[in-house]
Write a protein that binds this ligand. Structure first.
Ligand code: ING
Length: 301
């Protein structure tokens, strides 16, 4: 039994006018609850420090860069890293990363129980578009503000197992989980900001969005015999609704915890990493069962 008690720290809405300091206070309150619940790890959403700014069309690069972090930890997040260190709790959080040499990524990091950053992932699958689209009921300009991730889909040995990360739209692509699955991943952590409505298809609402959210996370978990914890930024941000539905799925594809609100909410589950073993040794024993000679089109060969 290699148990990791996982906390999914769903964040409610963050308004354009909310400060990073105010958000960090909310994140610390959730971390306090995670500590009381005995969590070894707390997972925060994608771009968890600010509103989901890719919904806004901006031309001034200085304004765009004001949504990014130039270093991590930094002044606004130092209290969060300190609290995690005091609790001996690992954490994963998403933020907009502006590198010293001027690259922009939608990034998720993992710290160990001493508060040291042990893993970094940069979002590979960027949805949306890069120019203002008048046809859409709202914009989704991730291709305008971020570059595709340049780190691939790595895994890290931490918390007694093999950990992986991805971000939001990545969770919809089977390749994301499979590349980590081929590296033996046992717990995939991810965050998301998912609009409750489709900007291009008026009749697709939150029910369908929540259905797809469960579907892709359950599939990814089952098909790679891994735990997946997926954590939302939820609620209405400056009039724009985001789905909640944060969830934890076990290696059999079953939902074992799910958020009920669209606000700051902690979901908790004791994840036994050894529960991954049976699937990896039988039905999804990749070495025994995969026939890669037929998979060429997936990698464009
Ligand atoms: N958000 C959405 C997501 O992938 C989206 C964008 C929603 C794409 C629904 C396709 C369908 O959950 C982010 N930030 O990727």
């Amino acid at each position: 039994m290699r148990e990791v008690v996982v906390g999914g720290a769903q964040m409610g809405p963050i308004q354009k006018s909310d400060t990073r300091e105010a958000v960090v206070e909310r994140m610390i309150a959730l971390m306090d609850r995670a500590h009381e619940a005995g969590c070894d790890l707390v997972v925060y959403p994608e771009l968890t420090l600010t509103t989901f700014f890719p919904r806004w069309y901006m031309e001034d690069q200085r304004e765009v860069d004001s949504w990014f972090e130039r270093e991590m930890p930094n002044e606004a997040t130092a209290p969060l890293f300190k609290r995690a260190r005091d609790y001996g709790m690992a954490m994963s959080l998403g933020y907009a990363e502006l590198t010293p040499d001027g690259h922009h990524f939608n990034t998720q990091i993992l710290t160990d129980k001493t508060g040291a950053i042990v893993g970094k992932y940069r979002k590979v699958h960027l949805p949306g578009h890069d120019e203002f689209d008048p046809e859409r009921s709202f914009q989704h300009l991730e291709k305008r503000y971020f570059e595709p991730g340049d780190l691939g889909f790595p895994v890290w040995r931490a918390l007694g197992g093999i950990m992986g990360m991805c971000v939001c739209n990545d969770r919809r692509w089977p390749e994301t989980y499979r590349v980590m699955g081929l590296q033996g991943v046992e717990l995939v952590m991810l965050g998301y900001n998912t609009p409750s409505v489709n900007s291009q298809k008026g009749d697709e609402g939150p029910e369908k969005r929540l259905f797809h959210n469960r579907l892709v996370v359950q599939a990814g978990a089952y098909q790679n015999s891994t735990w997946v914890v997926a954590v939302a930024k939820a609620g209405v941000e400056d009039g724009h609704p985001l789905i909640g539905g944060s969830l934890i799925v076990n290696p059999d594809g079953e939902v074992v915890a799910e958020a009920k609100t669209e606000d700051d909410e902690l979901i908790v589950h004791p994840c036994d990493l050894d529960a991954c073993n049976f699937g990896k040794e039988t039905i999804f024993d990749f070495a025994r069962h995969r026939r890669i000679e037929h998979y060429g089109p997936i990698t464009g060969q």
